[in-house]
Design a protein around this ligand. Structure first.
Ligand SMILES: Nc1ncnc2c1ncn2[C@@H]1O[C@H](COP(=O)(O)OP(=O)(O)O)[C@@H](O)[C@H]1O
Ligand SMILES: [Mg+2]
Length: 172
């Protein structure tokens, strides 16, 4: 069977204390020893990876991201993105919060991947690496450059270049 290059992981976050306070109920259950979850009474969904409310940042990184980082250093492309409604845990998982104030255990995907990438670079003196970073938030139709906050959101656009690649361009 042909391998599908897109893998989907689902992570269920625990109820927040304010949710517990308001007596909110958990509506997602994990089916033990499978990659399935049940929503409500009987709606079953299957994913490539399932992480429950007690899953750690380290576990998510090791299972889903580390293998991609290894391929990346071998020259393959890799993309990871978090998708979900507001409050579902994207920022927490991706580790894009206040990284400096977060404990080692709580670090998410970005700081772990960056750390490992530069570790790899420092161990391979015979290879030339070039690392470029951009950090852009997409919210509805607007793009925000998180490394250049003075840039107006109106000046950033997603375009297709002449080769058909999707690129982010700055134009006044
Ligand atoms: N796996 C988790 N364990 C504990 N708290 C979490 C987890 N995922 C999210 N949270 C908390 O839930 C709240 C919403 O998460 P957040 O990452 O900001 O959501 P999003 O970025 O999808 O809007 C935050 O207070 C965050 O700290
Ligand atoms: Mg967020």
């Amino acid at each position: 069977m042909e391998e599908i290059p897109v893998k989907v992981a689902i992570r269920v976050r625990p109820l927040l204390s304010k949710e517990v306070l308001h007596n909110h109920q958990v509506c997602v259950r994990l089916v033990p020893n499978t990659q399935q979850i049940i929503i409500g009474k009987d709606r079953v969904f299957t994913f490539d990876f399932v992480f429950g409310k007690n899953s750690t940042q380290e576990e998510v990184y090791t299972v889903c991201i580390k293998p991609l980082l290894v391929s990346l250093t071998e020259g393959y492309n890799a993309t990871v993105f978090a998708y979900g409604q507001t409050g579902s845990g994207k920022t927490y998982t991706i580790g894009g919060g206040h990284i400096a104030s977060v404990s080692e255990d709580e670090k998410g995907i970005i700081p772990r991947a960056i750390q490992e990438l530069f570790q790899h670079i420092s161990e391979n003196h015979n290879i030339d690496f070039r690392v470029k970073v951009s950090y852009i938030e997409v919210y509805k139709e607007e793009l925000r450059d998180l490394l250049e906050l003075e840039t107006s959101v109106k000046d950033l656009h997603i375009r297709e270049d002449e080769k058909g690649n999707t690129v982010c361009v700055f134009c006044l």
